[in-house]
Design a protein around this ligand. Sequence first.
Ligand code: DAH
Length: 344
Amino acid sequence: MSETFANVKRFIEEIAAASPKSKDELEQFRIRFLGTKNVIKPLFGEIKNVPNEQKKEYGQLVNEAKEAAERKFAELQEALEAADSGDNDTDALDFTRPGEPLELGSRHPIATTLNRIVSIFQRMGFTVAEGPDIEDDWHNFTAMNTPEDHPARDMQDTFYLQGSTEMLLRTHTSPVQARVMMAQQPPIRIIAPGRVYRNETISARSHAQFHQVEGLYVDEGVSFADMKQTLMYFAQEMFGTPKIRLRPSFFPFTEPSAEMDVWIGMDNEKNHRLSKGTGWLEILGCGMVDPQVLENCGIDPTKYSGFAFGMGIERQAMRLYDIHDIRLFFENDVRFLRQFRAVV
Ligand code: DAH
């Protein structure tokens, strides 16, 4: 009788050990243990030969064999299907496969240019200040001495938030000047890098969003000569030449105002084109902070004076990396960005 029991146990072990590697092998397993002529079926018939006191135990064992076969089949079928669809990691793991190289990212050329400018001014003792991209009319225009009827306030140029005449996307980084002066008394020595927005037609040379760096220095006895020296040092560090030119200009928030050009020469085609045949590249606007602006922001203009400047980043980056279309900066095309991988 023990032989009948041993028979069943042998099948249970065989089921546990089965590991078909293909659909065909799995089908063999199914035919053997679950098919119409499976090997377990006749075992039920054997029960009549089993002594009465062992009938219950035997019946349970045969049932167990049948259930084990069903469970195993379902498991194996699932595993094979998963391997088929490629998401069975354990089976698909190939330790001999060569490693995939880690792709290193690159800094955006605008970030690299910004960082360079910031670090030059940090070396002169300027610290970084920030303001919000969504500004109110007061900081962006009124505090900066830009009157109500100034064309810069025109809807044509400024993005106002929908339905608002008060909130807008800042058109320059100059409102950060107002924010800093409202919060702190001189000495003030800050630069404010950030994004600005103008309602302009997008082309190779102009965009509706770009970056600026603002600078502000307010203290007792700050003069135009201080400004000139500071900007000369900047030109030297950024462009490798201290040769600058200040042209009289106008900004509502500075008096007197100037525009600064840097000498890049015309000794090659690129510089000739960039400077439109003059050798000079226009870099920034600057001037002595208008006493009215100091007063608007709670600083005593009879005691303090200051200078300010503001420059666009894109044009400098375009010059630095010989980029001909400003739109490339904002498209995030990896083929463009990858070219700056080596630039730190
Ligand atoms: N805010 C000016 C602009 O967007 C740039 C500028 C000019 C900033 C002169 C200044 C300045 O601080 O003094 O065109």
